[in-house]
Write a protein that binds this ligand. Structure first.
Ligand SMILES: CCCCCCCCCC/C=C\CC(=O)SCCNC(=O)CCNC(=O)[C@H](O)C(C)(C)COP(=O)(O)OP(=O)(O)OC[C@H]1O[C@@H](n2cnc3c(N)ncnc32)[C@H](O)[C@@H]1OP(=O)(O)O
Length: 358
């Protein structure tokens, strides 16, 4: 099968997520194939004998002779996929050595029939930018059609996600705050609709604290596995906001109205154990074993007959879907109005001037 540009880009992202160093020999092979695939045959002058690293790279690239770019691209994808299949579960993305984040703010990988969407903005506690909302929708769209059985959301770094990036509210378009609020409401509704309609089991691996919209949409997930370091916080009132992600419906249903009110109206932060007791979290794992235990379990789940899994999920979900869409629409309209409120504007300003933290 010929590798497309998309396969190639996905392989490049995958390499950046590898936890283990694959060793110099593999790195040289990957380097040479990458250069051949993107630039064609090596026509650089040979580095001097003492320039050991660049000479090794030059040798590896030159050894590919006139291999066509497309073949190099294919060989690169094949090599990455063979090495990934033999490797450990997908590891959280690592910051690059120079402090830049590898793979962009959102990293999507697919292996062992699991598509993993990783928030990868650890320096900002994985706060979700407008672009990330769009990329998550694209990733969900692709995952709904790929050969994966499960789709996982997780975070890179010490946080799972600090919720909506509060600077999303600051770029006001020519139509003024009303236009901004209207556009955001439409986009938010579309974003949440993706989760309501997603056809495969959705799993959250909550590796650390979760805030705001990253908590509320958990009510639309099938499984929520959490580190014992995770906390669950929806500080809507202090921000002049109201709940979203269908949480005004899913949370009371799941934990009862008064526990839901404590979280959604009064902003009580839950520990992972409390969230588990309230039904928001499926199971809590010691932080040190979370990755190993969860990924082993998820891989076992992918071996179940996929059509049976989908059918069971569909019969569990179909009855509530219409209701969820109605709730989503109502929540987005309430938020459209909240975004135009003085209470919300002052909360965002307080955060921007760093006087306010949760
Ligand atoms: C397609 C749809 C588009 C529509 C767009 C609108 C959609 C709206 C969706 C619904 C709206 C709201 C729902 C929510 O999610 S409300 C919750 C919002 N989140 C917060 O209020 C959290 C704010 N952050 C904090 O209180 C603290 O940062 C923290 C998370 C408690 C961590 O504290 P810390 O002391 O450990 O770390 P700190 O130094 O503060 O943070 C490190 C840097 O990260 C930046 N940062 C953290 N969180 C956010 C955030 N949510 N938005 C923007 N930036 C964030 C923080 O500013 C630091 O940056 P810097 O180092 O100073 O540059």
């Amino acid at each position: 099968m010929r590798a497309s540009q998309k396969d190639f880009e996905s392989a490049l992202r995958q390499v950046k997520l590898w936890k283990k160093d694959p060793g110099n020999e593999v790195k040289l092979k990957l380097y040479a194939l990458y250069k051949q695939a993107t630039e064609g045959p090596c026509n650089l002058p040979k580095p001097g004998m003492m320039d050991l690293v660049n000479k090794a790279k030059w040798d590896a690239w030159s050894a590919l002779g006139s291999l066509p770019k497309e073949t190099a691209r294919e060989n690169y994808v094949d090599l990455v996929s063979s090495l990934s299949a033999a490797s450990e579960p997908p590891s959280p993305a690592k910051p690059a050595a120079d402090g830049e984040q590898a793979g962009g703010d959102l990293v999507v990988t697919s292996e062992n029939h699991i598509t993993t969407i990783t928030f990868n903005r650890p320096a900002k506690k994985n706060a979700i930018t407008t672009q990330m909302y769009r990329d998550i929708m694209l990733a969900l769209q692709a995952a709904s059609k790929d050969d994966s059985v499960l789709t996982v959301l997780t975070g890179n770094g010490d946080y799972y996600c600090s919720g909506n990036d509060l600077t999303n509210f600051t770029d006001i378009p020519p139509g003024g705050p009303e236009e901004k609020a209207r556009t955001n409401a439409v986009l938010l509704r579309e974003f949440v609709d993706y989760f309501i309609d997603f056809p495969k089991p959705l799993v959250a691996v909550v590796n650390g604290p979760a805030v705001g919209i990253s908590v509320t949409i958990l009510g639309l997930f099938d499984l929520v596995y959490a580190s014992d370091r995770a906390t669950f916080h929806t500080p809507f009132s202090p921000l002049g906001l109201s709940p979203e992600g269908c949480s005004s419906y899913t949370f009371p249903k799941m934990m009862g109205p008064s526990k839901a009110a404590e979280m959604l109206i009064f902003g009580r932060k839950l520990t992972a154990q409390e969230a588990c007791a309230q039904g928001l979290v499926t199971e809590v794992f010691p932080d040190s074993t979370l990755q190993k235990e969860v990924w082993t379990r998820l891989r076992a789940y992918t071996k179940l007959p996929p059509n049976a899994v989908r059918t069971s999920r569909e019969v569990m979900r179909s009855k509530g879907r219409e209701r969820l869409h109605a709730v989503n629409a109502e929540e987005c309209e309430a938020l459209r109005q909240r975004w135009l409120s003085e209470e919300c504007a002052s909360a965002v300003l307080r955060f921007m001037s760093r006087k306010a933290k949760l």
